[in-house]
Design a protein around this ligand. Structure first.
Ligand code: FES
Ligand code: FES
Length: 169
């Protein structure tokens, strides 16, 4: 018999009271229970980043996150990135830079990029130079390193990095 738990999940500023199987991943909850199908199931093993969402502004792979561990946290999926009808600046930049082909990786790329910009704004050290004394300048190399958890099977990396660089400070 599955073990279940009653939780309140806050996704894109909406509360969802749900009963979850304690083995259920956040990715399955979002896609199969809440009809939020933006986050994609690529590998289901933490290797591709297609399922990336934000939990309290930090990027996580939802295929590796058990829903039952969440409750107080605010979850943001690609469906919640825009501000009403105004796209998130990253979404605009992805369109303008043609930063996708099939689009399967794009929701994860967008959420991951949004999380990365927040990390940089919070003054996390560079992952390229490992200089802990300064906030990193988000040049192409730094962006590529920080986005290396998000694969694109179409190989749209050049345009993805260009789009993110346009938004990066
Ligand atoms: Fe989660 Fe691939 S589906 S990392
Ligand atoms: Fe097709 Fe990235 S655009 S996987």
């Amino acid at each position: 018999t599955p073990i279940t738990a009653d939780i309140r999940l806050s996704v894109n500023r909406t509360e969802y009271p749900i009963t979850v199987d304690t083995r259920e991943t956040l990715l399955d909850t979002l896609r199969e229970r809440l009809d939020l199908i933006g986050a994609k199931k690529g590998c289901d093993h933490g290797q591709c980043g297609a399922c990336t969402v934000l939990v309290n502004g930090r990027r996580v792979k939802s295929c590796l996150t058990l829903t039952v561990t969440l409750g107080e946290e605010e979850i943001t999926t690609v469906e919640g990135l825009a501000d009403g009808d105004t796209p998130h600046p990253l979404q605009t930049a992805f369109v303008e830079n043609d930063a996708f082909q099939c689009g399967y990786c794009t929701p994860g790329q967008l959420c991951s990029a949004a999380g990365m910009l927040a990390e940089a704004a919070a003054g996390w050290p560079s992952v390229v130079t490992e200089d802990v004394s300064t906030s990193p300048r988000l040049d192409g190399r730094e962006i590529r390193e920080r986005m290396n958890g998000n694969l694109c099977r179409c190989g749209a990396y050049v345009n993805i990095v260009a789009a993110i660089a346009e938004v990066a400070p």
